[in-house]
Ligand binder design. Structure first.
Ligand SMILES: [Zn+2]
Length: 476
């Protein structure tokens, strides 16, 4: 009986072998195909982008395309390397004598580069081109870059350099100016979804849409991560992959539960919000991920309000989209913006805290407390005189310069409830003043020292990053 085929991880099995198979980088592919066709290849390329978007894969395809001889050994350079000729197979196995691949993260010294460069002058063993692929090129030392530069200035015609880096800003401009640069983008969710679906189909795996959406979201635009996650999901659940299992596998909180939590937070319900968090924590969700998901959701709700397209996020289920659309209309934008600020701050603080669960609980308490405070819009309304009754008699009016976002009228009504409204014109002028600006909330507040009402105190708390100016001097 024949041995069963050895198992190959999906990321390797489905690694693109020709330009037409590269996922999600149509611009780069078109330029490279044209360059191959018109025989106008640069002598050096630099590929940049986050990990897993296909930098080294592209480099290898270029190397194969240049040296492929075709199945019959007669072929010329091509954008569709055959994958079966000696040249193609040797490059795929990393054994080709004229295709040198090195990782600058482990070989950064000038000596390493010198060894490499010394070989540039030689004729190729039997290939058309000698290709040098240097991964993480930004890690090279200054001297190594200088040594490389001389070669890049006058490379022999049969030599091609391909650099890959995740940190292009660390590559000297002298090098960059001698390379053709490609910025590989994070792959769009739609493209990744289609790609994963086709792999699942080829593997005979039945995967539901929600599970697919979760995998795509977790991969953050990296094809390699997406395929590895699919591999993991298949190992975890077998040939029928469902959202519930993927969620367990990724230890992520359910988006609908994140919306539950956010609603409790924005209603200022500390107790129920903490209970909801603990419940999610106990079912296996990571506290940091919950905080990150809250921030993502706040961002999503803010954006959905203005762009219809963002609601069509394929990584979200139709039910969640519907709920998000409704919520985004009902939640005042200043409240979302304030929640965002606090979340970003708390996320940054997590690195200093040994127990993330405790830190996230404190973050939730902070968010709930902030939700109780009036928004800048409410304050402005009250200070503009609509609610003069709220101020102690005889106090001078405080003024806030423009700098807050328009809020939906709902928050104003909630906060103002119980106060008689007498002057509609002044109300409207507050709206007009607010709607002119589009930044939030860096108000510069000018307040008279005698104005120590609770209202002003809450204004000070609402604008922790604002300057409060009294008689031309900042007092906070
Ligand atoms: Zn070939």
């Amino acid at each position: 009986m024949a041995d069963p085929e050895p198992y190959i991880v999906l990321a390797r099995k489905y690694r693109p072998q020709k330009f037409s198979e590269i996922v999600g980088q149509p611009g780069m592919v078109r330029i490279l195909e044209n360059a191959f066709r018109s025989d106008r290849l640069a002598h050096a390329f630099i590929l940049t982008g986050v990990r897993g978007v296909g930098k080294t894969t592209t480099a290898r395809i270029i190397a194969k395309g240049l040296n492929c001889t075709g199945p019959d050994g007669e072929g010329d350079k091509t954008t569709e390397p055959c994958g079966i000729c000696e040249s193609c197979t040797q490059i795929a196995e990393g054994k080709h004598l004229d295709v040198m691949e090195c990782d600058a993260a482990s070989r950064t010294g000038v000596d390493d580069v010198r060894v490499l460069i010394d070989s540039v002058g030689y004729q190729t063993a039997d290939a058309r081109y000698r290709v040098y692929i240097i991964d993480e090129v930004h890690m090279l030392s200054k001297n190594a870059f200088n040594a490389l530069l001389k070669t890049l200035e006058e490379p022999p015609p049969h030599v091609l350099f391909i650099f890959a880096t995740t940190e292009i800003e660390k590559v000297p401009t002298t090098i960059l100016s001698r390379c053709q640069r490609f910025d590989l983008r994070r792959v769009e969710s739609e493209t990744l979804t289609t790609h994963l679906m086709s792999i699942a189909k080829a593997e005979g795996v039945d995967i539901d849409d929600a599970a697919l959406a979760l995998l795509v979201r977790a991969s953050e635009g990296s094809v390699r991560d997406a395929i590895s996650l699919l591999d993991q999901a298949i190992a975890y659940s077998g040939n029928r992959v469902q959202a519930e299992q993927v969620r367990e596998m990724l230890s992520i909180a359910d988006r609908s539960r994140i919306l539950d939590l956010l609603e409790l937070i924005l209603a200022g319900s500390i107790g129920p919000a903490l209970e909801e968090f603990v419940d999610q924590y106990q079912t296996g969700a990571d506290p940091e991920a919950i905080l990150g998901d809250l921030a993502d959701t706040v961002h999503w709700l803010s954006v959905v309000r203005f762009t219809k397209k963002s609601i069509d996020d394929p990584t979200l289920s139709p039910a969640i989209r519907e709920r998000g659309a409704a919520l985004s209309q009902s939640l005042p934008l200043p409240e979302l913006a304030r929640a965002w600020q606090i979340l970003v701050k708390c996320l940054a603080e997590l690195v200093h805290v040994p127990n993330t669960k405790v830190a996230v609980e404190m973050a939730i308490i902070r968010l709930c407390a902030a939700a109780e405070l009036p928004t800048p819009h409410d304050l402005l309304r009250r200070l503009e005189g609509t609610d003069r009754t709220a101020l102690p008699a005889g106090t001078p009016t405080a003024q806030m310069t423009e700098g807050a976002l328009p809020s939906s009228s709902q928050s104003g009504e909630q906060a103002d409830s119980g106060h008689a409204r007498t002057d509609e014109d002044s109300d409207r002028s507050a709206d007009e003043r607010l709607s002119r600006s589009d930044e939030f909330p860096k108000a510069e507040t000018a307040i008279h020292p005698s104005l120590e009402s609770p209202l002003v105190q809450s204004a000070l708390q609402s604008f922790p990053q604002s300057k409060v100016i009294v008689d031309g001097k900042q007092i906070n």
